[in-house]
Design a protein around this ligand. Structure first.
Ligand code: GDP
Ligand code: MN
Length: 380
């Protein structure tokens, strides 16, 4: 789950991480009111779960109060990376002396938490990562090292970001607080870009992006409440309400599988035989024909689908229940693409018998199913 900048900054303040004050509002009128109270200059920022707001026209520094209302109105009408802007955040504008990049995140390749830093902060960091990867610094930390930070290690890291001694010291303190906040909230990423020094040389977090681990949200009901439903994929939310685990991907082969591990293996196998999965979909371990109908509806919502692979390894899931769900789906839904099905395990004979006379293409192994669906779906 992603937090908006104003939500992340509220957590920053609670944890002693320095950032400018701000207020998020829904309308241009409120934006004007807030700017009048704060005094000019102000910065107005689009609250969307996407980076690159600055480049998309979603961040404006204003010195003239007469521009506030219209600017806020314009930003509220933007779509940034296809996300609507429902709120803007107003903050006193800061005079930037230097901009660097600082984040802390879960790094899957080293299976540890790392701090990432770069002296060239600001809006071009992705570019720098591509063209000058050696400029991106990483500091690996165990959970113990986050709990009991080693000043010398952090100081060495921070001195790559700033030249001044007091700036390095402030950054070290901020890194400790970020580490503590990261652990306390079960975050997977906290990013400050830019981390700046102002004209007094004070180190300030000027932007804040935070991602929390969905699977740990049950431990943080107060954070779970911060979820912005407007920014979530509606289909993925609907799916979880219906007991399906669904993640949209950008391929063209729809997948319906029982069990998360088998779903991943299925996607890998489709890829291996030249196809491209359009989704991850785990219909779960239970036997419920209605779930199959709901799963079909989700898959068919995607206009890119050119073929579907159903891979069921019946254990607790009964193949005849799946077959009944399929028959029901084919009765009530218009399925305009070929369906390949591999149905093995509990009650497979009964399941197969039910499907005789339909247009479904059967496969006996996953390899066979994946090969067929990759061919039918058109390799990509
Ligand atoms: P992002 O593009 O989504 O990462 O949004 P940011 O909040 O990082 O803003 C983009 C850029 O706008 C920053 O890198 C800054 O250069 C600039 N900016 C943001 N806030 C201020 C501010 O208070 N004062 C000044 N002068 N520039 C700012
Ligand atoms: Mn930024």
């Amino acid at each position: 789950m992603k937090l908006h900048e104003y939500q992340a900054k509220a957590l920053f303040r609670e944890n002693g991480i320095l950032c400018p004050p701000d207020k998020a509002v829904d309308t241009a009128e409120e934006a004007l009111q807030v700017a009048e109270e704060m005094g000019m200059p102000v910065v107005i920022k689009a609250m969307v779960h996407s980076g690159g707001r600055g480049k998309a026209g979603g961040v404006k520094v204003l010195s003239d109060i007469s521009e506030v209302k219209e600017t806020a109105e314009n930003i509220l009408q933007l779509r940034i990376q296809d996300l609507p802007v429902r709120k803007v955040m107003i903050a006193p504008a800061v005079n930037i002396e230097t901009e660097v990049y600082l984040s802390i995140l879960l790094d899957r390749s080293t299976r540890s938490v790392i701090y990432v830093g770069c002296k060239d902060g600001g809006v071009e960091i992705e570019e720098t990562a591509k063209t000058n990867p050696e400029k991106i610094l990483k500091l690996q930390c165990s959970t113990d090292q986050l709990k009991n930070p080693d000043d010398a290690r952090l100081t060495e890291f921070a001195s790559n970001l700033f030249d001044g001694e007091s700036q390095v010291q402030e950054t070290v303190e901020m890194m400790k607080k970020l580490g503590a906040l990261f652990l306390a909230t079960d975050a997977s990423m906290i990013e400050i870009n830019p981390l700046i020094t102002d004209n007094k040389g004070t180190v300030i977090a000027l932007d804040a992006k935070m991602m929390l681990d969905d699977n740990a949200l049950f431990r943080h009901p107060e954070l779970a409440e911060l979820r912005d439903m407007d920014s979530e994929d509606q289909d993925e939310l609907d799916a979880s309400e219906k007991g399906l685990a669904f993640i949209r991907l950008d391929g063209n082969v729809g997948c319906m599988v029982n069990g998360a591990g088998l779903a991943m293996a299925t996607m890998d196998t489709i890829k291996h035989f030249g196809g491209n999965p359009a989704n991850f979909l785990d219909v779960g371990g239970s036997s419920n024909p209605q779930k199959v109908v709901e799963a079909f509806k989700l898959i068919l919502k995607d206009p890119n689908i050119t073929a579907i692979l159903i891979n069921i390894f019946g254990g607790i899931t009964r193949c005849d229940d799946i077959a009944n769900g399929l028959l029901e789906s084919l009765k009530i839904l218009d399925v305009p693409v070929p369906i390949v099905i591999r149905l093995v395990g509990t009650n497979e004979e009964e399941g197969r018998a039910l499907l005789v006379g339909t247009d479904l293409i059967t496969a006996h192994t996953l390899e066979e199913g994946a090969t067929k669906v990759a061919e039918l779906g058109g390799k990509s």
